[in-house]
Design a protein around this ligand. Structure first.
Ligand code: NAD
Ligand code: UDP
Length: 316
């Protein structure tokens, strides 16, 4: 199979490249490095599959892309994903969610390829239903600072369903909930790299607000398994993929101090605008449709990720 992955030099995208190469696919990775890093693909070098079945194209997918030959699968993962990143790049975020989605759907139509959109729990905004099921329409502020990401992804979902309904493209939508693991950027501003970097450097852990807001963290290997299963179904409606194990941000900070053995203090900083107060996926649909649920518990996932950041900080 020939599989194109946009955003393949990012955190999740790099794990997808690795997985599809391991499954024997020819992988075409497209990225413009706006938030990604060529080093995320370094571990693939030296692997025989890399020289024979891997192609990298440096390209901004908000502009059309032509690919020679057939394509079996397209996974559209290009987009800044950390709030700090998308606040820094508001217009590229809107463009990659809208124009980038349109371009990749056009390519999927042309090549009769399977298509999978990386959507997000942010389509639920600051949710008034808890936990979130796929039939909840969400509570998003379109003109707030996070609107550039949330509305781009909501548009992307609408465009994906239109290509399915109108052009009969074999589309899939996964709504990803906070995912973490090796190859996240230490400085991407998300809570886990922030807390781990701070704990390892002996700096204070910065909890925003009073830390009572909740998130539910999924280890990347579990997510990748869910994505691969979803791609090969005939199901076209959105599917939540995430770990339902919910924790407050204050307790998460304590957990990271405990796992790292750090003596860093916790300090409280202002809560960013429109920060969702709760978030937890209802994964009934993924369980029934894919026979999928997360396997890596948070303690184990955090340990593996801490190990990765330790090596990064030591410069290995
Ligand atoms: P990331 O920033 O590490 O990766 C995104 C990649 O997309 C980067 O390599 C970046 O350079 C690339 N990119 C961005 N705009 C591009 C463009 N116009 N053209 C080409 N490449 C472009 O983020 P991530 O956490 O790996 O997220 C990947 C995808 O998953 C995103 O679409 C994100 O919205 C979605 N997602 C992630 C999470 C999560 O918890 N990590 C949660 C929900 C949704
Ligand atoms: N957060 C925090 N300290 C930080 C970074 C983030 O307390 O240094 C909080 C943030 O306000 C939010 C949660 O942690 O409530 C998760 O933030 P993140 O940026 O990881 O992603 P989000 O889930 O908001 O998209």
């Amino acid at each position: 199979m020939r599989t194109l992955i946009t955003g393949g030099a990012g955190f999740i995208g790099s794990h997808l490249c690795e997985r599809f190469l391991a499954e024997g696919h020819e992988v075409i990775c497209v990225d413009n490095f706006i938030t990604g890093n060529p080093a995320n693909l370094d571990h693939l070098r030296g692997n025989e599959a890399y020289s024979t079945r891997f192609t990298f194209i440096r390209h901004d997918i908000s502009h059309p892309l032509e690919i020679d030959g057939p394509l079996d699968n397209i996974l559209h993962f290009a987009s800044p994903a950390s709030p700090v990143d998308y606040l820094r790049h508001p217009i590229p975020t809107l463009k990659v969610g809208s124009l980038g989605t349109h371009n990749t759907l056009g390519l999927a139509k042309l090549k009769k390829a399977r298509y999978l959109l990386a959507s997000t729990s942010e389509v639920y905004g600051d949710p008034q239903q808890h936990p979130q099921t796929e039939d909840y329409w969400g509570n998003v502020n379109p003109i707030g600072v996070r609107g550039v990401y949330d509305e781009a992804k909501r548009f992307a979902e609408a465009m994906t369903m239109a290509y399915h309904r109108f052009h009969n493209v074999n589309t899939h939508i996964c709504r990803i909930f906070n995912t973490y693991g090796p190859r996240m950027r230490l400085d991407d501003g998300r809570v886990l790299p922030n807390f781990m970097g701070q704990a390892l450097r002996g700096e204070p852990l910065t909890v925003y607000g009073d830390g009572s807001q909740t998130r539910s963290f999924c280890y990347v290997d579990d997510l990748i398994e869910g994505i691969v299963r979803l791609l090969f179904t005939d199901f076209h409606e959105p599917v939540n993929l995430g770990n339902p194990n919910e924790i407050s941000i204050r307790d998460f900070a304590k957990e990271i101090l405990e796992i790292s053995g750090s003596q860093s203090p916790i300090v409280f900083k202002p809560l960013p605008q429109d920060d969702p107060k709760v978030r937890r996926p209802d994964i009934t649909r993924a369980r029934q449709l894919l026979g999928w649920e997360p396997k890596v518990d948070r303690h184990e996932g955090l340990r593996r990720t801490l190990n990765y950041f330790q090596q990064k900080i030591r410069g290995n």
